[in-house]
Write a protein that binds this ligand. Structure first.
Ligand SMILES: [Zn+2]
Length: 361
C-alpha cells in the first residue's frame, strides 16, 4: 500500500515545482471524497487530522479508515499527517496509529493557546524531530504565530490557536530566525506566519500585501531554498460557496480567504504544503443545506451526505489541479518509513543551509 512520508512527497514536489494541498478529515465521507478526487486526477494526497479530529473520530477508527482508503487506492501515495501537534506525546501517538508525518507546533505552549518563546519552540520541536526521524516519520515545525494582520487576532480552530491580540513581530515569521530554527531543529517542513489565519473569516476585503505578506515567503525561501514551506489557513473561501450556504438558510457574513493565485505565487517560492479545511467544510455544508431546503421531508443521511461528498470532491479536485499536484501520483515510488529512517541516520536528509540562492526573476 502506498503510504508515503511528507518528506519524500515534498522533496518530489520541490524537484518538480508543484504544491500539495493538505486536506483535513474527521470522518469517512471526507476521506472518500479526497481519495476519489486524487484518483480522478492521478494526484498524491496529504490527509491530516487535528487533535480535535482524533478525539472526534477515535484514533482506532481513523487508523483503519486510512488503511481502508490506502487499500482501495494502492496507486495513490497517501501521507497521513498530524495537524498542530501540541506536544511530544501527541506526535508520538500519531505515529503509533499509522501517521507518517507530524506537525509539532511549538509556536504555542502545550495548552495550544499561549504563545511560546523561541527557546521552548526549538527544544520541543527538536525532541519530536529526534523521535520521528528514528522511525522515518517526517516533522513540520512552526515559527511565528498564525493570526490576522488586520486585527492582530487569531482564529481558534478545533480548540487550537492563541486567544488575544498579538503584534506584527509575532504574526510575521522573521527570516533570520527561520534559518536558525531550521538549523537547530532539522525539521523537514516549516509553517510560517504571514497573515493567514484559520477558519472562514480571514480578511474583511480581498487581501493585498498589507494583510497577506507573501514577501515573507519569498525572503525565507531565498535564505532556505531547500526547506519546504507550509501555508496554514489557506482556504480561498470562494464566493460561490458562501452564496450557496446563505441562499439555503445559512448566515455567513461576507468574508475573503487566500486567493488561489497568491498560493500559486507561493508555490513558485518554496511553498509545498497548503492547508485547506474551511473550503471543504463549506462545500459540504452548502450541499447539505440545499437538500434540507429543497426536500424538508428527507431523513435518510445518505441523501444529503452523498451530495456533500460530491461537493467536497469537486473542491479537492480543483485544488489538486490548481497546485500542479494532478498527474504526479504515478511518478512517485513511495519509500517505507524504515528506508527513510536509514536516510536520516546517514545524514542524507539534513537541512542544507548557507546556500544563498539568487532570487528567481
Ligand atoms: Zn493550521
Amino acid at each position: 500500500m502506498a503510504r508515503i512520508t511528507l518528506r519524500q512527497l515534498l522533496d518530489h514536489a520541490a524537484e518538480n515545482g508543484y504544491g500539495v494541498p493538505a486536506f483535513n478529515i474527521n470522518n469517512m465521507e471526507q476521506a472518500l471524497a479526497i481519495m476519489e478526487a486524487a484518483d480522478a486526477v492521478d494526484a498524491p494526497v496529504i490527509i491530516q487530522a487535528s487533535r480535535g479530529a482524533r478525539q472526534y473520530a477515535n484514533d482506532v477508527v481513523l487508523k483503519h479508515l486510512i488503511d481502508a482508503v490506502a487499500e482501495m487506492y494502492p496507486h495513490i501515495p497517501v501521507c497521513m499527517h498530524q495537524d498542530h501537534g501540541n506536544n511530544e506525546a501527541t506526535c508520538a501517538t500519531a505515529i503509533q496509529f499509522g501517521f507518517t508525518s507530524v506537525m509539532m507546533d511549538g509556536s504555542l505552549q502545550a495548552d495550544g493557546k499561549t504563545p511560546a518563546d523561541y527557546d521552548y519552540n526549538v527544544k520541543v520541536t527538536r525532541n519530536v524531530v529526534d523521535m520521528a526521524h528514528w522511525v522515518g516519520a517526517s516533522v513540520e515545525g512552526e515559527l511565528g504565530v498564525l493570526g490576522s494582520l488586520e486585527t492582530g487576532m487569531g482564529e481558534k480552530e478545533d480548540g487550537h490557536g492563541f486567544e488575544g491580540k498579538l503584534g506584527h513581530d509575532q504574526l510575521l515569521t522573521d527570516p533570520d530566525q527561520a534559518v536558525e530554527f531550521v538549523k537547530a531543529t532539522e525539521v523537514d517542513a516549516l509553517a510560517i506566519a504571514m497573515g493567514t489565519s484559520h477558519g472562514a473569516y480571514k480578511f474583511t476585503r480581498k487581501p493585498d500585501g498589507a494583510v497577506l505578506a507573501m514577501n515573507v515567503i519569498e525572503e525565507i525561501h531565498q535564505r532556505l531554498p531547500n526547506t519546504h514551506l507550509v501555508m496554514h489557513g489557506s482556504s480561498s473561501v470562494p464566493q460561490e460557496l458562501q452564496d450557496i450556504i446563505n441562499q439555503y438558510g445559512g448566515q455567513m457574513p461576507q468574508t475573503w480567504g487566500v486567493p488561489v493565485e497568491e498560493i500559486q505565487r507561493g508555490i513558485k517560492h518554496g511553498v509545498r504544503k497548503i492547508n485547506i479545511d474551511t473550503d471543504n467544510r463549506m462545500a459540504m455544508t452548502g450541499a447539505i443545506r440545499k437538500v434540507f431546503a429543497e426536500n424538508p421531508g428527507e431523513f435518510d443521511p445518505r441523501k444529503y451526505l452523498k451530495p456533500a461528498m460530491e461537493a467536497m470532491r469537486a473542491v479537492c479536485r480543483q485544488r489538486l489541479e490548481e497546485f500542479g499536484t494532478a498527474g504526479q501520483a504515478s511518478k512517485i515510488k513511495p519509500l517505507p518509513m524504515s528506508a527513510m529512517a536509514k536516510r536520516y541516520a546517514a545524514g542524507e536528509l539534513s537541512p542544507k543551509i548557507g546556500i544563498t540562492r539568487v532570487a528567481a526573476e
